[in-house]
Design a protein around this ligand. Structure first.
Ligand code: AMP
Ligand code: MG
Length: 500
């Protein structure tokens, strides 16, 4: 295993060079073998257990690694903080997979850095295991996400409201460039670094954006000016549409969509206070620090628009020297983003109902169902599964025929409309629903139960069983049923915290 250091090449004002702080007794708890394979990592848990624990605790440096703590700013709950940065994470370097795509390898909970402020640079075992479970589940659900390669117990205590065992998580991401990374240089009016960062982001994530340089023109300079920057911004927006629409499809609530937790790559990052929605309600919030419900389930599209507007602010000086001209050029992209989000959201929602193509009237069909679900507190995951399970051509045809005259409840009226819409090919509708609607999601009460068992007993077999089900969320396995139930109390008193 050998790491390169692409981000390191950007120069000293992008990071602080910092070594991970050693831990007492590293012990490998979780190893993501499929991810390791995909990255071309040859080490295996059976043969190299101790070496893996040394590497992924930060005790021993992987060959080629030059650890850094990345600098970034961020709007946290709408308030700008010019100096955040990795306070408890080390970017070890990057690894290139068989397809030639580079991936960041980052340790989290690996000690303090220049950016730690009053934090201890550490991570407790619960949030570390939680990040592994949530991100693997999201990956299997088809949601773009950062992933965990390993969780290593440190043997050291981490002090929160009481001592907890500590752990280090290894996070794999297409990159850790955030909206906040752009803000870091924009607020310092460091245009040269902003250009370097944009150039890096284009080459890493959107190599299809090519420069049309005229003779004698510097290609690096041309890459990050004018139309290329607009193309870059449009490409980032496209990724975020897919991201947010995927969250809304599975009922994911990120919980802390600050600009420092919004990756340019469009991957879900920062699994601190995230949670899954049970019964449908657009205002659902579980995070104890989100007092104004800024990051509620149904607000996530709006917040992503706000975050992308902050990225647009940063890119203005690269788009055009004249601020008004730059604004006039970038604003239509944000407008288009709002439209795309709206369109792709409804397209996804009709897919959840087995409808392949959005036509007039479908938006009302979706909104009316959601209104019923909200009023009747119907479970978001279970209800779509139940709708799909109940489908047969015969049932649909009979229902339309026999209930036309009868007095119908609100729900039956809706069913009649939906059945009429899909009656042409019920088999195809059902197949589309089965692809779009997961049977199982990482329900908060199951995540917490499995974490409690793992933490208290040190026995991870319950976690492995849960993970195996989550890794096939569209298939019925023997154990699937055991994880499909909604919480008996509706998670009424469930609160998540920032994973510190
Ligand atoms: P987060 O809420 O996880 O997105 O973190 C916000 C900021 O706080 C980032 O700059 C983190 O690096 C920093 N931070 C969070 N937890 C700790 C910790 N235990 N020690 C040092 N810095 C931390
Ligand atoms: Mg963060």
């Amino acid at each position: 295993m050998n790491l390169s250091n692409q981000y390191y090449q950007l120069g000293k004002n992008f990071y602080h060079e910092t070594l991970p702080s050693p831990v007492s007794e590293p012990e490998l708890l979780l190893w993501n073998a499929p991810l390791a394979n995909a990255l071309g990592i040859k080490l295996s848990r059976q043969e190299d257990n101790e070496l893996l624990a040394q590497y992924f605790s930060g005790n021993q440096l992987i060959q080629g690694s030059k650890p850094i703590a990345q600098a970034y700013s961020g709007h946290q709950f709408g308030h700008f903080n010019p100096q955040l940065g990795d306070g408890r994470a080390h970017l070890l370097g990057d690894i290139t997979d068989i397809q030639g795509q580079a991936w960041d390898v980052q340790l989290k909970g690996s000690g303090t850095s220049y950016f730690s402020r009053s934090g201890d640079g550490r991570c407790a075992i619960g949030p570390a295991l939680r990040e592994f479970i949530m991100s693997e589940s999201m990956f299997a659900l088809g949601v773009p996400t950062t992933r965990c390669l390993a969780v290593v117990a440190t043997g050291d205590a981490v002090y929160r409201e009481r001592p907890y065992p500590g752990a280090v998580v290894t996070r794999i991401a297409a990159s850790h460039i955030r909206v906040g990374t752009f803000q870091f240089f924009a607020v310092r009016k460091d245009i040269e670094s902003l250009k370097k960062l944009t150039c890096f982001a284009i080459e890493r994530h959107f190599p299809e954006i090519k420069v049309a340089t005229s003779e004698g023109e510097n290609s690096a300079e041309a890459l990050v000016s004018g139309q290329n920057v607009l193309d870059f911004f449009a490409a980032v927006l496209k990724k975020q549409v897919t991201l947010v629409v995927s969250w809304l499809r599975v009922g994911f609530i990120h919980g802390v969509m600050n600009t420092d937790n919004t990756a340019i790559s469009g991957e879900t990052i920062d699994y601190g206070p995230c949670a899954m929605m049970n019964h449908y309600h657009r205002d659902t919030v579980f995070s104890s620090i989100d007092r104004n419900a800024r990051y509620a389930f149904g607000n996530q599209s709006k917040i992503m628009q706000w975050n992308m507007a902050r990225l647009a602010d940063c890119l203005l000086p690269l788009v055009d020297e004249g601020e008004d001209t730059a604004l006039a050029k970038i604003t239509p992209l944000l407008q288009q983003f709002a439209n795309d989000l709206q369109y792709r959201y409804f397209e996804m929602m009709v897919n959840k109902l087995g409808i392949a193509e959005l036509v007039e009237g479908d938006i009302e069909l979706v909104n009316d169902l959601l209104a019923i679900m909200q009023k009747q507190q119907l479970d978001y995951t279970q209800h779509f599964v139940a709708l799909a399970e109940s489908l047969t051509q015969e049932k649909v045809d009979n229902f339309i025929e026999n209930t036309a005259e009868a007095e119908q409840s609100e729900q039956e009226l809706w069913l009649t409309r939906w059945y009429s819409r899909i009656s042409d090919d019920v088999t195809a509708a059902k197949a589309l629903m089965e692809k779009t609607n997961p049977l199982v999601i990482p329900r908060n009460h199951h995540v917490e139960r499995v974490l409690a068992i793992s933490e208290e007993t040190g026995d991870l077999s319950a976690l492995y069983e849960f993970l195996a089900v989550l890794q096939q969320p569209y298939d019925t396995l023997k154990q699937t049923k055991a994880y499909q139930d909604a919480p008996s109390d509706g998670d009424e008193n469930y609160h998540t915290f920032c994973g510190t």
